[in-house]
Design a protein. Structure first.
Length: 94
């Protein structure tokens, strides 16, 4: 069996002990965990995207199999993950 990669997406504003619990459980299930930091245009944030990523990176330092990702990087990671897992491409809603 190939490498099992999980994705945990959220806004993480700020990262909480609940988020950390989910990350820990994810690391029990997957070989690698991508923590995808997103933004919602309808939501106002306490911390900037850069600060939320920095807080997550600091939290993930002791967890080398987990990494924080965002924006274009996140979209690329998700598309790559879907492609390598054999998932069909996303439909176009344009």
């Amino acid at each position: 069996m190939g490498k099992r990669i999980g994705v945990y997406a959220g806004s993480f504003d700020p990262p909480t002990s609940g988020h950390l619990w989910v990350i820990e459980r994810g690391l029990e299930l997957f070989d690698e965990l991508i923590v995808a930091v997103g933004t919602n245009p309808d939501k106002s944030y306490t911390f900037s995207l850069e600060r939320r990523i920095a807080m997550l990176e600091e939290t993930l330092e002791s967890r080398p199999r987990a990494s924080a990702s965002c924006g274009v990087e996140m979209g690329f990671a998700l598309a790559s993950l879907a492609y390598t897992s054999g998932s069909p491409p996303c439909p176009s809603y344009a």
